[in-house]
Design a protein around this ligand. Structure first.
Ligand SMILES: NC(=O)c1ccc[n+]([C@@H]2O[C@H](COP(=O)([O-])OP(=O)(O)OC[C@H]3O[C@@H](n4cnc5c(N)ncnc54)[C@H](OP(=O)(O)O)[C@@H]3O)[C@@H](O)[C@H]2O)c1
Length: 362
């Protein structure tokens, strides 16, 4: 692989730095792309890259798209966030022939990227959205349990991320994802249609396979969309362990959701949240878990778990593995989620394992 094959947009950020490190560990030399030359040079030095390793300085998705169009990298990893607005622009710039991936996890960004499916097939490009824990860590279980079986009637996926906290501010990219997630309100599939539900209306209590006690709340996520697409089931829901399930929190979620849909409030909330300072903290639980329960029309039920360590390590490994496999020409042209593009074994390549025996249920 020559330098220039894989570009990382937002290479000075948390996900960008972690993906770059995984690629370097795998023997690749990624091109770091961001808005500040000094910080890109420092990131390159921290990775042990040569002092004159190529970097690309570009601020904003438009400028990055222009550089992609001009220089034609083989694969672009988009970690700049605000995927509902950045993904289509950047994915289009990769076509024809180049490949694209991101860590989006919201239904709007997913649907906008999937709208490029036919265009990507015609261009011979693979576009992968959701190349991170929540989506890959749940979709892979569903793909595996549904392989060579009829279309199930019902699917539920649950994501329990355990993440170490890095010192620093939260940042606009992550703050935007959190605020827009709450603003969207609840969603689930019924009769094959994405329908509104009360945010926080579905809650489950768990003993995880390693004995940890957790709860999870239904959220409008990329996991939901991926589970629907990969299974074909008409009834699908998705929950996350990241939202507190206390009755007091759940009672205010619908109101919070409505308020955050007001443009000025959204801007204010993103601004305030992005400046929140976090202190270094180890991951709270030893494992990150993905879970799926699949029900078929004949009453058969299968359940699977996926186990990994830190969810951020898994996210960056999924992105790095996806980039490497796309560079090697292994992706199916079109717009996909990770397991749909590259198969459920992508999760194993990213350091997870499947635990399918009968295990504790909520
Ligand atoms: N699906 C998953 O599993 C998963 C997991 C983790 C994160 N995420 C998502 O991934 C995204 C990145 O998260 P993160 O924690 O890495 O955020 P971060 O640390 O804030 O990094 C974002 C990076 O993008 C750059 N950037 C942002 N907007 C830009 C713009 N307009 N032009 C140029 N560069 C820009 C930032 O540059 P500066 O340094 O110059 O600000 C920074 O390098 C977020 O949307 C987050 O929600 C998804």
């Amino acid at each position: 692989m020559t330098q220039g094959d894989i570009w990382i947009l937002g290479a000075t950020g948390r996900v960008g730095r972690a993906v770059a490190a995984q690629l370097v560990a795998a023997g690749a030399v990624p091109v770091l792309v961001g808005r500040d030359a000094g910080r890109l040079r420092k990131a390159a030095a921290d990775l042990g890259l040569h002092a004159d390793a190529k970097i690309v300085v570009a601020s904003g998705a438009d400028a990055m798209a222009a550089e992609i169009t001009r220089q034609r990298p083989a694969v672009v990893v988009n970690t700049i966030g605000d995927y509902a607005n950045s993904a289509v622009l950047l994915a289009r710039a990769c076509m024809p022939g180049g490949h694209y991936l991101d860590q989006a996890n919201d239904p709007t960004a997913f649907h906008r990227l999937f709208a490029l499916h036919d265009e990507a097939i015609a261009a011979g490009s693979t576009l992968v959205t959701g190349a991170g824990f929540g989506v890959a860590g749940t979709e892979a279980i569903v793909a595996r349990l549904c392989a060579n079986r009829p279309v199930p009637s019902q699917v539920r996926v649950d994501a329990f991320a355990s993440v170490a906290v890095e010192e620093g501010v939260l940042g606009a990219a992550l703050a935007t994802s959190i605020v827009d997630g709450f603003a969207m309100g609840g969603r689930r599939y019924e009769g094959g249609q994405l329908v509104r539900t009360r945010l926080g209306g579905e809650v489950h209590h768990w003993t995880l396979p390693d004995g940890e006690r957790m709860s999870s709340v239904a959220v409008p996520s990329g996991e939901l969309i991926a589970a629907h697409r990969v299974s074909g089931a008409l009834t699908v829901s998705a929950t996350s362990g990241l939202i507190p399930e206390s009755p007091a929190v759940r009672a205010v979620l619908p109101l919070l959701s409505a308020i955050l849909r007001i443009r000025a409030v959204r801007t204010f909330a993103i601004g305030r949240m992005s400046r929140i300072k976090a202190k270094t903290a180890p991951r709270p639980r030893p494992h990150t878990w993905g879970h799926a329960v699949i029900t078929w029309p004949d009453g058969t039920v299968r359940e699977g778990w996926l186990r990994t360590g830190d969810a951020m390590d898994f996210t960056s490994a999924v992105a790095a593995q996806t980039a490497l496999q796309l560079t090697a020409g292994k992706g199916r042209p079109g717009a996909h989620t990770p397991a749909a593009a590259l198969g459920p074994d992508l999760a194993i390549a990213a350091g997870a394992d499947f635990v399918d025996d009968a295990l504790p249920r909520s």
